[in-house]
Design a protein around this ligand. Sequence first.
Ligand code: ATP
Ligand code: CA
Ligand code: CA
Length: 424
Amino acid sequence: GPLVGNLIGEDHVNYVMMYNMLTGIRIAVSRCQAKIRRPLTDEDYTSANKYSFDIVGNELTPSAKYDFKFKDYAPWVFRELREDYFHLDPADYLLSLTAKYILSELGSPGKSGSFFYFSRDYRFIIKTIHHNEHKFLRRILKQYYEHVKDNPHTLLSRFYGLHRVKLPRGRKIHFVIMNNLFPPHRDIHETYDLKGSTVGREYPEEKAEKNPRATLKDLNWINRGKTLELGPEKRALLTEQLRRDSELLKRLQVMDYSLLVGIHNMQRGNRDNVRSNTLKVFSPNMPLIKRKPTQVKGPSSPDAIALRRIMRESDPKRLGSGTISLPDEDTAGERQHFLFYQDEGGLRATDELNENMDPIYYLGVIDILTPYNSLKKLEHFWKGLSADRHKISPVPPEEYGDRFFAFMKAIMRGGEGGGRFKAE
Ligand code: ATP
Ligand code: CA
Ligand code: CA
């Protein structure tokens, strides 16, 4: 059944970390936001502001529940990205993230050990990242910024902020805030994480039957004979944007990224989730991430019910410092500004006459912060010993990008591959 993240209450092991993350964001972002806008300078890309929180408080930071340090990276750059290119309303952004200190945690779905958290309204994802990814994002920030500026409809992850928290004598935790590709109002009936690599890129079909919300991979896509159903117009636009995005990723020498594709079948609608009354009003898209069976929370687990109840009730007293309003339509909010997120927050399939049809796709390029470093080179060598060196996931960035783009073109109906990707 549908999976739901663990709601983080005060008794949760990661509550303190989450509280510190959100407090830091609230103070740092509103501080930057309060200043008068000025043009960016080169120093803005490398700058960082440090905050020290404690239970007493001082003129710079109000008192907090815990002692911790917070670092806000390139605040002016991210502010401009959010306001000018990602079309976020500043107050709305802060309120969504921090109106009430509750996020839901999805643990660590990938091999990377990153944790994922959802804002209460499911619009934002906080992902903890490795120190290397952090350093890398800082290094490429200017190029990323320029790309977003030149490509308002980019499919790359939209990074809204880069921060770090540190507990006394504790570890430093780096994290980014990014867009949730999947909309809060719609069930995602199938999810694929596509890299264009075929070796080991299969989620077992037996398991997929039992867990329809699992994230499937390239071989599942191919074996199920799926195509991206897009007419000439959308096909051309999407191809061109993917070409530009993968060119940037090649230039940045990254790899291991993927195209995340969520499919919402309009005919099927949201009825899978409408199994109890609590689900009618709000059916969060929590199934994006595969988890170990022991971590699975069903739709009727206490956490899930509590989460939905909190999300439904907009009693300001319950919500702490502000109220959350979920946009009534997926089309409301920032998504209306983006070509590929315009149809109910996503991209509707079209026929050869460019007429709308079922389904709606929710897609984007994710996990774009892995540089091709020595570690990956080693992995390439070892994996290459036992499998075709060109079909495995870790190949050099040029090859990775070309293969990625070729695969995406091939899976589009009417594209070069006629919609069917043929594994040689
Ligand atoms: P690994 O490096 O092992 O691939 P990771 O920890 O870097 O894992 P990601 O690849 O970024 O994690 O994401 C893992 C899964 O989380 C994705 O397959 C997808 O299901 C979900 N996910 C990641 N980013 C988003 C997003 N922006 N919107 C919706 N879902 C997402
Ligand atoms: Ca990944
Ligand atoms: Ca990763």
